[in-house]
Design a binder for this molecule. Structure first.
Ligand code: HEM
Length: 284
């Protein structure tokens, strides 16, 4: 039954016990900074579908932000040799990736005609310039110093990316942990130039092979390896869905960022982050 306030059309003082007056208290929107987030969509074209394009990118960036938050913490845990919290965070990252994989279904509702109406308004902007994505790649070990220059006009971002480029990746830390646990790892793999792409190493493969041949003796490293493989698998599917969605929407046109488009993204499907973890499977 409605109360007198509702009948009179005035704002009710409470609703099922919920607090209604936020003139002096922090509300949901205050806590989440919704004013900023929800006022950050600025379509540049008159086209209805641009809102989808913007929100799809913005939400992806938010999820990437969370993945970075988790993965920086994972790297610390690996340094400390305290793996259980890292396992939980790695699982979370893999699930975030899965979710981003499914998000491509939403973007795929955009047709080539709809995208063509927006494209002239995008200028040279492209996900290629996503500094968070590049940090994610560097943190996972896909190092490429040449890509830093895109960010030269933003000193703080450039510095942060440069730091991540020069710091051992999560996979490097996992290998150092194996060395500390008594596995024989080549010295040049443990003291390499961290800014360079990593080449598969026989001593690393041999160490992981030992782990997989006797999981019960090395359960922590075994679980770590499987979590890494899980995460890389989800990442590979994300890359695949990106290129297939792009092909569906823009065909073989060049990208707004200046690359050849689909053929560039197809090359990125060859990236292998944790090479030895995949190689060893042939030998088991
Ligand atoms: C209609 C939608 C999209 C199209 C047509 C598209 C197209 C492209 C193209 C052609 C490239 C290659 C670089 C270039 O020349 O621009 C690229 C790169 C990239 N895009 Fe997209 N993309 C779309 C949506 C997204 C979304 C939703 C994200 C999510 C964040 C994203 C993230 C990226 C990233 C991170 C790269 C760099 C990949 C790398 O260098 O390995 N893209 N995109």
């Amino acid at each position: 039954m409605s109360n007198n306030n509702e009948q009179s059309g005035k704002c009710p003082m409470s609703w099922h016990g919920a607090k209604m007056d936020f003139s002096a208290a922090m509300s949901y929107g205050d806590y989440l900074g919704l004013d900023q987030i929800l006022s950050a969509q600025h379509p540049r074209s008159p086209n209805h579908n641009e809102m989808l394009f913007i929100i799809q990118h913005q939400t992806s960036e938010l999820w990437i932000k969370l993945m970075l938050h988790e993965l920086h913490a994972v790297r610390n845990q690996l340094r400390l040799g305290d793996l259980p919290p890292a396992f939980k965070m790695l699982s979370r990252v893999a699930r975030i990736m899965d979710q981003l994989v499914h998000a491509w279904d939403v973007l795929a509702t955009m047709t080539p005609s709809e995208y063509s109406a927006i494209r002239p308004y995008l200028g040279a902007s492209s996900g290629f310039q996503s500094h968070q994505y590049r940090e994610l790649e560097f943190l996972l070990g896909n190092k490429n110093a040449a890509l830093l220059s895109v960010h030269e006009s933003h000193a703080d971002i450039h510095q942060k990316l440069s730091d991540t480029l020069q710091t051992p990746s999560i996979y490097d830390e996992a290998i150092m942990l194996m060395a500390r646990s008594g596995f024989a790892i080549d010295q040049e793999r443990l003291e390499r130039d961290w800014t360079q792409p990593v080449a598969a190493n026989a001593s690393v493969k041999a160490a992981w092979l030992k782990v997989y041949q006797a999981p019960e003796q090395h359960w922590d490293l075994y679980e770590l390896a499987e979590k890494l493989v899980d995460m890389e698998t989800a990442f590979r599917i994300w890359r695949f869905r990106h290129v297939t969605t792009v092909e569906r929407i823009i065909g073989y046109k060049t990208g707004t960022g200046g690359t050849a488009g689909v053929s560039y993204l197809r090359k990125m499907l060859d990236v292998v982050l944790f090479a030895e973890l995949f190689d060893l499977r042939t030998d088991l």
